[in-house]
Design a protein around this ligand. Structure first.
Ligand SMILES: [Mg+2]
Length: 306
């Protein structure tokens, strides 16, 4: 890819939308729906979810219901019936809740549109630790996929199968979207990074810099994320400009507590910036108190004439 003059790289979760509120709202709907259908206690479903998310290496594993031991047992390995009676309604409850809960932070769309107008030649890259498919599903639902030139995510979720009767445990229509690596109509670059490229390692952002031929032009790169230790820290280590989406760290205690009910501790730290800012924290070049501060961050870093 030919070198661009400047490059903007954005984290997604808690940088362009409130991931914690979205996820606890949708997961509550999912658990309650599965509970209503099967009678299995929500607390049991949540504990089983923790184990599955841990094993899959992502709290956003989309084939959760069909992997829960209590659900599998409830349907005695009758895959079709389980998919029809529990998995589909559970998935639909999650998606229905997402209609209202999966929304960008204030002025994200307006700011991205202004950015596009003002800096038509500056590519915008999404760099996330979410599985690539899940990341693009979210950006598409958020209505902002079109503002990105590239999406970098982790490997797509594993397709679950029943080991006893050797059946794939995914509705055929959904399965097709995953097998065909749906890109949601996205025309930009899609890159699936190896699992060990997860932040706070620098390999993911390094790959972005290599792809855009910006390795020796780090002063022309701005990287923005909500996690001071992880996002800002890795940017500082790499020597690019960094913006801290401080607004993304403002999370209601109740939402945080709900997240803990179904996520392994390591995953909470992965998805929520838990460490308060202190003297040892990495120092961002720019602190953002809302997404619209992006324009000032760009003026203050990339567009600053020396
Ligand atoms: Mg984030």
């Amino acid at each position: 890819m030919k070198r661009t003059e400047k490059l903007l790289v954005l984290d997604i979760d808690n940088t362009v939308f409130n991931w914690v509120e979205y996820y606890v709202t949708c997961m509550r709907a999912l658990f309650e729906q599965v509970h209503a259908i099967t009678g299995i206690a929500v607390a049991i479903l949540q504990r089983e979810a923790q184990v599955i998310f841990e094993a899959e290496g992502t709290i956003e594993y989309p084939f959760l219901i069909q992997e829960m031991p209590s659900v599998v047992e409830h349907y005695a390995h009758d895959v079709e019936r389980m998919l029809r009676e529990a998995v589909e309604p559970g998935r639909k409850a999650f998606n229905a809740a997402a209609q209202a809960a999966l929304v960008p932070y204030a002025e994200v769309i307006e700011t991205l549109a202004t950015f596009r107008q003002r800096y038509a030649n500056v590519p915008v890259v999404a760099l996330t630790d979410a599985p690539r498919y899940v990341a693009m599903w979210k950006l598409n639902k958020l209505g902002i996929l079109e503002y990105f030139d590239a999406v970098y995510g982790l490997p797509d979720p594993r397709i679950p199968a029943d080991p006893i009767n050797l059946k794939v445990k995914v509705d055929p229509e959904i399965l097709m979207k995953h097998l065909q690596k749906s890109s949601f109509g996205f025309a930009g670059r899609i890159r699936v990074l190896p699992d060990d490229y997860e932040k706070p390692g620098t390999k993911g952002l390094k790959t972005v810099l290599m792809d855009f031929d910006m390795e020796s032009h780090k002063e022309d790169v701005l990287w923005i994320g909500d996690n001071l230790r992880k996002d800002v820290g890795l940017g500082v280590r790499l020597g690019v400009h960094t913006g801290w989406a401080r607004y993304g760290t403002i999370i209601r205690q109740e939402a945080r507590d709900q997240l803990l009910l179904f996520s392994p501790q390591q995953n909470v730290a992965k998805n929520v910036a838990l460490d308060p800012q202190n003297d040892q924290s990495p120092q961002p070049d720019f602190v953002m108190d809302s997404f619209k501060d992006l324009l000032a961050a760009i003026e203050g870093t990339l567009m600053k004439t020396p």
